[in-house]
Ligand binder design. Structure first.
Ligand code: FAD
Length: 419
């Protein structure tokens, strides 16, 4: 596909001022683009980081300034001549006229458009779920509302045992709340973690007093004005002061779809995040690269992918060849924090996997190494930064390591890097 022809008088508009959009603006400036950059977001206020929303931000006093969670400090935007339009919803894209229309009717022209529109929480399809005790967590406003509600609550129910649900569970326990997690699959983190890592997190949460119900479906919910009554498929009825649904997200593809771009479970792009229109890119959670990591179509939801896709897209717009990352996408990595434990993971756990557990050098450190066809596919390290670093490097080198070597407790992990 042809590449855009950006010059110093060109205009780049980025829809979405979160991890991907801000990183893209930054990268364009770092690569020397001198034209106009406009970042537009429907949210108001300074763009904030998302990962703390289920962790430090949720635990912070309401009086703590947003500035400490800012993606970039307020002056950064002016210093880099980036126009930040917060509180503006983009309603339509006209790919022929190369224009967008805002909710207030204003039209803006672009030479290159970047869709960094992210994703939106999947809604629970249960009857009587329409209550303000039922909450989701995606953006800072959600986190503010949840923080407020948590402080007034005693019993918290989390629906969905994925990373966000479990992080909220850990934060709620830290606040002294009684917490129940309901997960439809037969294990926590079923979509993303290896089975032994799921078991590890299950035990971790139980040891902190969380009640966990796996293989449990929510049938209906009613808010009786005092509490939420939740009926499970097995007939059990529970109550909670607040229910947090963390059952995954849906990519925000509506604008792209209406503009005639090719979409699937995300906006389909090539390996450099160019959509089916050569002057429109899609990055971050909304992007579905046709040939990404694993050489398949895979939509990744992580800060690392937001950053990497933004950098690759910016380089492509300027026809630059970035030194180390163009042909191949980097090994994806992710982190999570629950209680005082930090998970660092790299690679992707395949559906069929064989996982080896390794104890770390210090007490409490543990790592899970997942293989398929005798090839390392993913590392999940808990409190063990060295295992994570070694695993990630091995994955970057192709994952060609024997499971027997990893399983051997006498193996010096660091020495593997030198081999
Ligand atoms: C609570 C929470 C905790 C997380 N923790 C971790 C973690 O520990 N580690 C990790 O790697 N990842 C974590 N993630 C995931 C990570 O935050 C996301 O992968 C990342 O935010 C994706 O960035 P993005 O810019 O693609 O999309 P988003 O962050 O979803 O941002 C998209 C932006 O586009 C705006 N927008 C959309 N449509 C329009 C429109 N039509 N007009 C104007 N604006 C629009 C939205 O308002 C939004 O601000 C977490 C996410 C959440 C919600």
């Amino acid at each position: 596909m042809t590449l855009p022809q950006l010059t110093a008088s060109s205009s780049v508009i980025i829809i979405g001022a979160s991890h991907a959009g801000v990183a893209c603006a930054e990268r364009l400036r770092k690569l020397g683009f001198e034209g106009q950059i406009t970042l537009i977001d429907r949210l108001s206020g300074l763009p904030l980081e998302r990962p703390p929303l289920s962790k430090k931000f949720l635990l912070a006093e309401a009086s703590v300034s947003d500035e400490s969670f800012a993606l970039r400090a307020a002056p950064w935007y002016d210093d880099n001549q980036i126009i930040l339009k917060q509180g503006y919803e983009v309603k339509a894209i006209d790919p022929q006229a190369k224009a967008i229309t805002l909710a207030d009717g204003e039209e803006m022209r672009w030479d290159v458009l970047v869709l960094a529109t992210g994703a939106t929480p999947r809604a629970l399809s249960v009857s009587n779920g329409n209550s303000d005790r039922l909450m989701v967590l995606r953006h800072p406003d959600d986190a503010r509302a949840l923080r407020h509600r948590l402080h007034q609550s005693k019993d918290v129910m989390i629906i969905g045992g994925g990373y966000i649900g479990l992080e909220v569970a850990a934060s709620a326990r830290k606040l002294g709340k009684s917490v129940t997690v309901v997960e439809a699959a037969n294990r926590l983190l079923a979509r993303v973690a290896s089975e032994p890592a799921s078991t590890f997190f299950h035990q971790l949460h139980e040891s902190h007093g969380v009640a966990i119900h796996t293989g449990a479906q929510v049938d209906s919910m009613t808010d009786d004005g005092q509490v939420m009554n939740i009926s499970l498929g097995n007939g059990q009825v529970m109550t909670a002061d607040v229910v947090v649904a963390g059952i995954g997200v849906i990519p925000e593809t509506q604008l792209a779809d209406a503009a005639g771009l090719t979409i699937g479970n995300g906006i389909i792009t090539n390996n450099t995040y160019q959509s089916s229109h050569p002057d429109i890119y899609a990055i971050g959670d909304v992007a579905l690269p046709a040939n990404g990591y694993t050489h398949g179509q895979i939509r990744l939801e992580s800060v690392h992918h937001a950053q990497m896709s933004a950098e690759i897209a910016a380089a492509s717009m300027l026809a630059e060849t970035p030194s180390d990352r163009k042909a191949e996408h980097e090994v994806p990595w992710f982190w999570s924090e629950q209680y005082d434990l930090r998970l660092q993971s790299a690679g992707l756990v395949p559906a069929q996997h064989h996982t080896i557990r390794r104890e770390g050098r210090r007490e409490g450190q543990v790592s899970f190494w997942s293989f398929s066809d005798h090839n390392l596919k993913a590392i999940e390290a808990l409190g063990d930064a060295q295992a994570y670093m070694v695993g990630r490097s091995l994955l970057a080198a192709g994952g060609n390591i024997s499971p027997d070597i990893i399983a051997d407790p006498d193996t010096d992990l660091k020495a593997l890097l030198k081999a």
